[in-house]
Design a protein around this ligand. Structure first.
Ligand code: ZN
Length: 147
């Protein structure tokens, strides 16, 4: 089956995100740090957040993993900066629904990250896509506070 032009575009965007990830590295003064793993693929991701004044001021991720996990980390960090922790938790739920079902009622909340909806066609890769988002959720609820 030939890829549609749209599929090709999505694939290119995902590759670009993975090869040139935004917010990759570490933060100078994180308030939350967490490391999560996806054993089924071998993805490892460390996420750092700086939350102040009730908003995610900055986010960075590091680690190693497949294209989908890296692209998702890049898209996720870019989208959660400037959001309140409550909105981030809502985004995490929406993202999970989007990559499992291929659609979610409030997918607009995810901005550019909604491009990963195509992952629903590859059930084995869903955990790769959700890893970074689960890290954000866990960091905000149970992450190590180093302030
Ligand atoms: Zn993976």
């Amino acid at each position: 089956m030939a890829l549609t032009k749209l599929d090709q575009l999505y694939r290119q965007v995902i590759l670009d995100e993975a090869n040139h990830p935004r917010h990759h590295g570490t933060l100078a003064a994180p308030t939350h740090t967490i490391t999560v793993r996806n054993p089924s693929c071998g993805d490892v991701l460390t996420l750092q957040l700086r939350v102040a004044d009730g908003v995610v001021q900055d986010a960075a991720f590091a680690g190693s993993g497949c294209t989908i996990s890296q692209a998702s980390g890049s898209l996720m960090t870019d989208q959660i900066i400037g959001q309140t922790p409550a909105v981030v938790q809502q985004m995490v739920q929406t993202f999970s629904q989007l990559v499992i079902d291929g659609t979610a009622p409030d997918a607009d909340l995810l901005g550019d990250a909604a491009i990963l909806s195509g992952v629903h066609q590859f059930p084995a890769r869903i955990k790769c896509a959700t890893l970074a988002w689960k890290a954000a959720s866990q960091a905000l609820t149970e992450g190590e506070h180093n302030d």
